[in-house]
Ligand binder design. Sequence first.
Ligand code: UGA
Length: 479
Amino acid sequence: MEKDGALELGGKGVVHEGRVVVVVGAGYVGLTYAAGLAARGFSVRCVDVNPDVVEAVNSGRTPIDEPGLGDALERARAAGLLEATTDLGRALRGASVAMVCVGTYCDDEGRIDLSHVREASRALGRALPGAGSHVVVTVKSTVIPGTTDGVVKPILEEVSGMLCGRDFGLCMSPEFLREGNALHDITHPDKVVIGGYDRASIEGLRPFLVPEDAGGGSGGGAPVPVVETDLRTAELIKYAQNAFLATKISFINELALLAEKFGVNVGDVARAMGLDHRISPAFLNAGAGFGGSCFPKDVLALAKAAEQVGVEPVMLGATLRANDRQKLHPVCLLEEMTGDGWIRGRRVAVLGLAFKPNTGDTRQAVSRSVLDALLGASAGSVVVHDPSEMAVEEVRETYGGRLVYASSVEECLRGADAALLLTEWEEYRGLGPEAFTSNMNRPPVVVDARRVYDRGTFERAGVKIRVIGESDDRSFVPP
Ligand code: UGA
């Protein structure tokens, strides 16, 4: 396929050497990097073991629900800069970088499961000798310190018969993409972290990861800070960051519980705290806890790894326990308003299934804990709604006929005795009290678990409402 120092990709575009990236794993991270790199003119080959995923990407469909991703992938394809394949050997020919973007999961104990990372490493090891180019293998998957040099490197060397640092490069570069904002995060990163086996590996990867024109995360045009470090430090940076953000959320959520008992609005407390530049306002939104595929899994995996090295994970454990408690708090607030046993036989509406707005992901979502609790309390019917069809389908796979699936907010609220708002989708933020008073049984009982409604306005309209982190109960006086 080589022609005068250039490579032909799928017979369409002609790309120059030093511009080819192979992305191993066409999941959420892999596809976002594929789209981001192609937008910067790199030629991207996405490799996945699942032929359905490959077929979807090659025919312009995205297997995940991420704003803008479908269009970005389509543009890349149309420009001849993106091709998906199951054939890693072919994809790696002439490539400069191979990014490992496969998922890491937890085993039953919560420990990290590296089976996909191992499989991808073996496949890369088999393909490396035929690449005909110097490839920097780059681990993007979130992995516990010690994985890249202790697991990936030996597999690559053993299977390929090649030597790391001489025949191929090795880096670990964590990603900090937020679901729902992934494309923005990839073009406007706050920072790029590159952990390298050696200096040459870092130099080889750097041009692929530092968006020259993107400016800083604030969009102010400053150069993106690049942190160059070793493999293990890069691995721990990712966990440290996710664990810290999760801890910030658990902290403000505990404050929310206290605020309810002290007759205080936690939003005012968070706003004031956030004005201290040492704290910052980000991730101080109290709510029903964190979900998703990252925070819960990563904090747990780091806690398990801490135990393995003989350090009791006191902080990490507290972050997780506080989150488990918080996820059930919407149901506790409902019971506080209505009394024990009230849920039995009632029709309860649940607005929001995705773990956060603008995603179809329901993994570890608050909705799942709340649905289990409502069904466990023998609610007469639980009616659910989410603007993302993917989120609804994921929940349907788990709960099937035990739930009623509403196709609009009105249908969800109609005839309901209580409503719980669990995800702050724009569509729900815009609802006034009349959406609840005109559809629900009277008096409508509402729990706002994401702090989007003005309590006074709702109460004046006749809605019985509790907002997480707020109350007028000033009865507590220190003894
Ligand atoms: C998170 C990190 O923010 C990313 O930087 C990281 O790359 C990613 O994990 C990952 O490891 O791949 P994500 O899980 O997409 O991204 O979502 P976040 O926007 O961080 O929200 C996580 C959860 O925290 C959501 O359930 C959200 O509702 C909750 N949250 C967030 C709060 O309850 N309060 C806040 O103030 C912020």
